[in-house]
Design a protein around this ligand. Structure first.
Ligand code: APR
Ligand code: ZN
Length: 276
C-alpha cells in the first residue's frame, strides 16, 4: 500500500499554496526538473521557442535538420556546425540566472533532493550547487574525449581550438574529439539512471523551463507521487492534469522571485546571487 501523501497537499493551487507547503516544513526533499528555459535570461537561447530558439536559428547552417547538430553520425562526418554552435554557449561566458540561484538557495536550506537538468551549460555548477546534487541528463562540456581512442582532452585545450575555429583533434591518435554531452542516439550518463530513483523520495517536484519533449528525461515528472509545480512560458507534458498540480505560466525568474518573496527569502536570494 503506497504511503498516500493525502496530508501533503497545497492549501491553494498557486504560488501562495506552494509557499505555504514549503514554509510548513512538508517539503524537505524538493526535486527539480529543468531545461534550457532557465538559461534564456542568461543569454543562452533555448532550442524550441519560436523565433529565438536555436533550432530556428540553425537554418543558416544548412543542416539536413536542426537536430542534426546533435547527431553523432552527422558530427563524425561534419563536426564544424556543432563546434560553431558550441562556441555560442561554451561555459565561462554566462552567469547563473535567478532561477539557478533559487535552486542553490534550496540547497543551502537543506531542501534540495536533486536538480535534474537537461542543460549542458554547467550554470548549475557555477551557481555553487554541488555535483552530487545535480544530475546532468544530457552530459555537459565539463569533459571531452577522443571518439577513436577515448583519451580525455582538457576543457581548456578544447576551448583554445574552438577560439581558433579549429575542430579539436586528439593529441594521442589524431582522432575527432567530442565534449561529453549526450547526442541523439547516445545513451544517457549512468548517473542519470542511478539518480532517477530519487523520484520516489521527493515530497515536492518543480518543473522549470523545459518543453518536456525529449525522453527519457521527459518521463521523470510523470513518475513522482508528490505534488508538482510547473513554472514555464507554456503548458508542457502532463503538467496540470493532476488535481494537485500547480501551473504558473510566465517567466521562471519572475515566478521564483515571487515565490521567494512569499517565503520571506528575498534577502537570502539576493545574498546568494551576490556571492555572499
Ligand atoms: N521562463 C519560463 N519558460 C521559458 C523561458 C523563461 N524565461 N524561456 C523559455 N521557456 C520555456 C519555453 O517555452 C519551452 O517550453 O522553456 C522551454 C524550453 O524548451 P526547449 O527549448 O525544448 O528546451 P529543453 O526542454 O531543455 O530541450 C530538451 O532537447 O535538443 C535537445 O538535448 C537538447 O536538452 C535539450 C533537450
Ligand atoms: Zn585519440
Amino acid at each position: 500500500q503506497k504511503k498516500l501523501h493525502k496530508h501533503k497537499r497545497f492549501s491553494s493551487l498557486d504560488l501562495k499554496g506552494v509557499a505555504d507547503y514549503i514554509a510548513s516544513g512538508k517539503a524537505k526533499r524538493i526535486i527539480l526538473f529543468v531545461g534550457a528555459g532557465i538559461s534564456c535570461n542568461a543569454g543562452i537561447p533555448d532550442f524550441r521557442s519560436p523565433e529565438t530558439g536555436l533550432y530556428h536559428n540553425l537554418q543558416r547552417l544548412d543542416l539536413p535538420c536542426p537536430e542534426a547538430v546533435f547527431e553523432l553520425e552527422f558530427f563524425k562526418t561534419t563536426p564544424k556546425p556543432f563546434y560553431e554552435l558550441a562556441k555560442q554557449f561554451f561555459p565561462g561566458k554566462f552567469e547563473p540566472t535567478l532561477t539557478h540561484w533559487f535552486i542553490r538557495l534550496l540547497f543551502d536550506k537543506g531542501l534540495l533532493l536533486r536538480c535534474f537538468t537537461q542543460n549542458i551549460d554547467t550554470l548549475e555548477r557555477l551557481a555553487g550547487i554541488p555535483e552530487s546534487k545535480i544530475a546532468e541528463a544530457h552530459g555537459s562540456f565539463a569533459t571531452s574525449r577522443c571518439l577513436e581512442c577515448g583519451k580525455q582532452m582538457e576543457t581548456a585545450r578544447v576551448q583554445e581550438c574552438m577560439q581558433r575555429d579549429e575542430v579539436p583533434a586528439c593529441d594521442h591518435c589524431g582522432g575527432l574529439v567530442k565534449p561529453d554531452i549526450v547526442f541523439f542516439g547516445e545513451g544517457l550518463p549512468a548517473a542519470f539512471f542511478e539518480r532517477a530513483t530519487d523520484v520516489c523520495r521527493a515530497d515536492l517536484a518543480i518543473v522549470v523551463g523545459t518543453s518536456l519533449q525529449v525522453q527519457p528525461f521527459a518521463s521523470l515528472p510523470r513518475r513522482v507521487q508528490c505534488p508538482r509545480v510547473l513554472l514555464n512560458h507554456e503548458r508542457v507534458g502532463d503538467m496540470g492534469t493532476r488535481a494537485d498540480d500547480v501551473v504558473v505560466l510566465g517567466d521562471c525568474d519572475a515566478s521564483l522571485r515571487e515565490l521567494a518573496a512569499l517565503l520571506g527569502w528575498t534577502a537570502a536570494l539576493a545574498a546568494v546571487a551576490a556571492g555572499d
